[in-house]
Design a protein. Structure first.
Length: 138
């Protein structure tokens, strides 16, 4: 069981999100999300994590899909975080291998997080869906 301090500001929520994601602390990560989140990741049908979600069970399945389909990150970097009130935009890049195909992809991403009262209410990932889809194609 994890012991965590509840974040209050948007910056604290974003920092807690990446710390908990990086540590693989799924219960603490899910605790950051409000009930009924506006959660969207665009992408091709062959990308397992693409699509809309609203419940914590769906969000848990989203994060679990990475370990089911990808190698551990070869690279993962957050390069910029911009905060404006309840909104944060995080820019970064990562590189993963796809277990089923053996292909790798480099993904430059922007993540828009909306945080209200210490909870994530909006999660929109903008990533290189073409590169990811190609890596999932045998």
């Amino acid at each position: 069981m994890s012991t965590t301090t509840a974040p209050a500001t948007t910056r604290e929520v974003v920092d807690a999100f990446f710390a908990r994601f990086g540590a693989g602390d799924m219960p603490a990560l899910l605790d950051l999300f409000a009930d009924g989140v506006d959660f969207h990741v665009g992408g091709a049908d062959n990308v397992p994590w693409a699509g809309d979600r609203t419940s914590k069970d769906e969000i848990a399945a989203f994060f679990a899909s990475f370990g089911e389909h990808l190698t551990p990150a070869e690279e993962y970097a957050v390069t910029t975080t911009v905060i404006d009130g309840d909104h944060a935009v995080v820019i970064g890049h990562n590189r993963f291998g796809v277990l089923a195909t053996g292909k790798t992809f480099t993904n430059h991403f922007a993540l828009h997080i909306t945080a209200v009262d210490g909870k994530i209410t909006g999660y929109r990932m903008y990533e290189d869906s073409h590169a990811i889809s190609e890596a999932f194609t045998a």
